[in-house]
Design a protein around this ligand. Structure first.
Ligand code: SF4
Ligand code: SF4
Length: 550
């Protein structure tokens, strides 16, 4: 390069005019001088336009092949149980008597109650729900530290519904190869019919899923009739529509992208895994070097591992990954690749477990064995005995490894919260009293000199039976009590009927005669009792007098 004034098609220097030669000489001198003082750095902008990759990579469709094997069967079972629980629970009945709903599990928003079989939770007892959520969180820690992402692979709603949607897809469009072929084929009447049927069934499942959810919030049979006849509240239809849309989009269309891009759990769980946690692992210490022509390679004297590079493990993976690339964020540990590979190993007459649940500690030990403590490349012969079987030195998972400090801490915390909650639940009061002291005026001086204080007393009958609650004064000698609206003589106690499962609010005036003002202690208690069940509660209150008002 001569300089910025060089012509577009520069002549060779020896043929150039004298003026151009002089200019070229000056430029070269300048460049030479600059190159002596300014170093050209070996650097490039990270988002250089020359090498910039698109920020958005279109999704590559995944067509998981149907897997068969023990883990797949276990997943079918979990799927049946979890879906069964979700869809059927609102229809279970639980007799709580004539004064309470008979739906076994019900979030009664209108009356602010949560019913779970024999347990009834009032709003002020939300601590139990919070405790259950904490237990679920700690339980998730315990499971993850022990068996990795078992939640993701087996019971997460996203996994379960994607599995269900895949069942429909396979039933209509066929297994992997048929679906790939159909996807690549131009649109035709049969393809349109298959696609339409598939999406229609997906929508039906999604509507059923959204519908089942709202049944947890009202009497299911009644709400079903209301929904079908258009009588249900708008919020019911909006909830069904929202859940229908999310189920259809997440389970049918987005699938693995929800786990990979939307769910925070894969990121969090890494903190809970240690070298003794079980994860789905490709045991390359016995699988490598992989070969598609193992017999030929062996005949040629080459060392070959057990992996025949058939890609069966990749084909069944619902996340579209290759577990042979090592642990990956996308892997939900569904173990379907274990089933696929075990099937291949069975056909080849080799031991199962080329892909298996394994701990990092065992994997490292076996890898050290296969690589002569890292001094050589993998040689699977090192993990085999003379008969060709796996050597006794190969490390296998031992269930004792489950019991380690981390799992003890998680289990201890989980159990402690559970026991405390159970104790609190079994011994909790079903009768409560709360009192609000009138603040304005704090007291009234009556014409005879006696002092009157006003109170609002709230009586909570937390059982589904009517009760007569006895309210009495403890302390404040000489004082009498009048319950407004109750046809009972003024005295130191009153019998107040309270409806089942209800709160009753009563106005109460307590009067202290003038001659008892000085010997009265300003502190006293409201005592409530149910003489039938012997339950009671107490509220400590104060009585305001001239000169002592607060
Ligand atoms: S790699 Fe295996 S365990 Fe992981 S998601 Fe894929 S099939 Fe499931
Ligand atoms: S299924 Fe097993 S043998 Fe086949 S590619 Fe995967 S790891 Fe290798």
């Amino acid at each position: 390069m001569i300089g910025i004034n060089a012509p577009a098609h520069p002549e060779p220097l020896e043929q150039a005019s004298p003026s151009i030669l002089r200019a070229a000489e000056m430029t070269l001198v300048t460049d030479t001088a600059a190159s002596e003082t300014i170093e050209r750095l070996d650097a490039e902008a990270v988002n250089s336009a020359r090498t910039r990759q698109p920020l958005y990579a279109p999704r590559k469709k995944i067509f998981p092949k149907r897997a068969t094997g023990q883990f797949r069967r276990f997943k079918w079972l979990i799927m049946l149980v979890t879906l069964g629980i979700y869809y059927l629970t609102p229809w279970l009945r639980w007799d709580r008597g004539p004064h309470a709903p008979d739906q076994a599990v019900l979030v009664d928003l209108a009356n602010r109650r949560f019913y779970f079989f024999f347990i009834e939770i009032w709003p002020q007892e939300f601590i139990y729900v919070a405790g259950l959520l904490v237990m679920a969180g700690v339980g998730l820690f315990l499971i993850t530290s022990t068996v990795g992402r078992a939640w993701c692979g087996y019971t997460c709603p996203q996994t379960v519904w994607v599995d269900l949607f895949l069942v429909v897809e396979r039933a209509i469009e066929g297994d992997r190869n048929a679906r790939i072929k159909l996807d690549g084929a131009p649109m035709s009447a049969p393809k349109l019919a298959k696609r339409f049927s598939k999406h229609l069934i997906w929508v039906v499942i999604a509507v059923a899923t959204g519908g089942a959810w709202v049944f947890y919030f009202a009497d299911a049979p009644t709400l079903l009739v209301d929904i079908v006849t258009g009588q249900a509240a708008p919020v019911a239809y909006m909830t069904i529509a929202t859940l229908t849309a999310t189920t259809y989009v997440f389970g049918g269309l987005m699938r693995e992208q929800v786990c990979t891009y939307m769910c925070p759990w894969p990121r969090i769980q890494a903190a809970m895994l240690d070298e003794n946690s079980l994860t789905v692992t490709y045991n390359d210490w016995r699988g490598e070097p992989r070969s598609r022509h193992a017999k030929k390679a062996a005949a040629e004297g080459k060392t070959v591992g057990d992996c025949v590079d058939c890609n069966a493990c990749v084909a069944v993976c619902p996340m579209g990954i290759d577990i042979r690339d090592g642990q990956q964020l996308e892997c939900i540990t569904c173990a379907l690749c274990i089933d696929a590979c075990d099937g291949v190993m069975d056909k080849l007459g080799r031991e199962r477990g080329l892909i298996s649940y394994a701990t990092l500690a065992d994997y490292n030990a076996n890898m050290a064995l296969a690589t002569a403590s890292g001094t050589d490349v993998i040689n699977p012969d090192r993990v085999r005995d003379a008969a060709g079987g796996l050597s006794d030195k190969v490390a296998h998972f031992r269930w004792q490894k489950i019991f380690r400090p981390r799992t003890f801490v998680y289990f201890g915390t989980w159990s402690l919260i559970g026991l405390v909650m159970l104790y609190a639940l079994l011994t909790r009061d079903r009768l409560e009293v709360n009192v609000l002291h009138d603040r304005n005026p704090q007291y009234v001086v009556l014409s005879d000199g006696s002092i009157r204080n006003g109170y609002t007393v709230k009586l909570l009958n937390m059982i589904p039976e009517p009760r007569v609650i006895f309210l009495s004064l403890d302390g404040l000698p000489g004082a009498t009590m009048q319950v407004v609206g109750l046809d009972q003589p003024e005295g130191r106690s009153a019998a107040i009927p309270v409806d089942p499962d209800r709160l009753r609010e009563v106005r109460i005036f307590i009067t202290l005669p003038a001659d008892r003002l000085n010997d009265a202690n300003a502190k006293f208690s409201f005592v409530v009792e149910d003489k039938a069940s012997f339950e009671s509660d107490i509220y400590r209150a104060s009585f305001n007098r001239p000169g002592a008002a607060r």
